[in-house]
Design a protein around this ligand. Structure first.
Ligand code: C5P
Length: 314
């Protein structure tokens, strides 16, 4: 059709299906500052994308629908409250196009796990619908739309290892020599509500407990450059961990089991209840995962590698 230049493939609606893979995130450093008037906490975080993926497929349709399989099926509402629907509508509004698509989610990232699964699905939706609708928006413009959907959406569009500030939505990549880090992810039975964990942290801080906030990520950034898992392990930190442990005391058993299984170190991922453990290499990660599984302290223990790219068409 004449309206499109011959080389403007990206700006032409895609016939579909469009398949997008998006990683989960962990926080290598999560420094939580004060509660702001807008209800968010000021953050100083180092995001890290790991090899636990959701996959979103977008097809053309004459209405907007979402279906799913995998983790959380039957628990996650598929109505207007779903972040996938919200992301598609937000993008359509911004681009002034009708929000028509049939979206299908294959979910592996657990719900309310502290791994940013909801933000991941929103990021995947933005990438998929941008292509399906032929919008050709830059990742930065998609990140602007995404920041209003969830604090971690901009990071999950970019992936890798990156610094997050503001309420997490302002992302700058960390340039380091490529190193693969090996993790074990201990998935809990049942989730934790992120707002509830932040509220618990505020409550603990009002009682002058837990210890002083972590502050900036300088030590963590220096550790990343050294490429030594022992050094990285000593620099990992999460201000939300005491709050997650307060709401879910059993997580102490998970951290202890990971330690006993030989992990370099372990910590709660984001707002929890997922715990992540650093291993020296792939074989060590398998051993730690086997130890955690045998200890029967979590629903599943799986190995993962980071960093990974952000939401991408496969
Ligand atoms: O942005 P997101 O939807 O992930 O945030 C969920 C909730 O977590 C927010 O409504 C807020 O209660 C809490 N939060 C916060 N400070 C942040 C990020 C999230 O208090 N920086």
């Amino acid at each position: 059709t004449e309206a499109w230049g011959p080389d403007d493939d990206e700006l032409r609606p895609h016939r579909g299906p469009v398949k997008v893979r998006v990683p989960a995130k962990i926080n290598l450093h999560l420094g939580v500052g004060p509660l702001r008037p807008d209800g968010y906490h000021e953050l100083n975080t180092v995001y890290h994308a790991i090899s636990l993926f959701d996959e979103l497929t977008a097809r053309r349709g004459d209405t907007l629908t979402v279906t799913m399989e995998g983790e959380g099926t039957g628990e996650l509402a598929l109505d207007e409250s779903n972040l996938i629907i919200k992301a598609a509508r937000a993008l359509a509004t911004r681009a002034r196009v009708p929000a028509y698509a049939r979206l299908h989610l294959r979910k592996s990232i657990p719900l309310a796990g502290g791994l940013a699964g909801g933000s991941a699905d929103a990021a995947a939706t933005l990438i998929a619908c941008d292509l399906l609708w032929g919008l050709g928006m830059s990742r930065d413009r998609l990140a602007e739309v995404g920041a209003e959907l969830g604090s971690d959406v901009p990071f999950l569009l970019h992936g890798g290892t990156a610094l997050g500030t503001g309420h997490g939505e302002t992302v700058s990549p960390i340039l380091a020599r490529p190193t693969t880090w090996h993790w074990v992810v201990a998935i809990a039975d049942g989730g934790l509500s992120t707002p509830a964990v932040y509220r618990e942290l505020d409550r603990l801080r009002d009682d002058s407990w837990p210890p002083a906030p972590l502050g900036g990520p300088d030590q963590l950034m220096a550790a990343l450059r050294q490429r030594d898992p022992e050094v990285l392990g000593a620099a990992l930190g999460n201000d939300l961990q005491p709050a997650a442990l307060s709401l879910r005391p059993q997580l102490a058993d998970v951290l202890k089991a990971g330690h006993e299984a030989g992990a370099i170190t372990g910590l709660v991922s984001g707002s929890g209840p997922t715990c992540v453990f650093l291993a020296a290499d792939a074989a060590h990660a398998q051993e730690v995962a086997a130890g955690l599984t045998a200890a029967k302290v979590c629903r599943a223990a799986v190995t993962a590698r980071g960093p990974q790219p952000g939401a991408r068409v496969t």
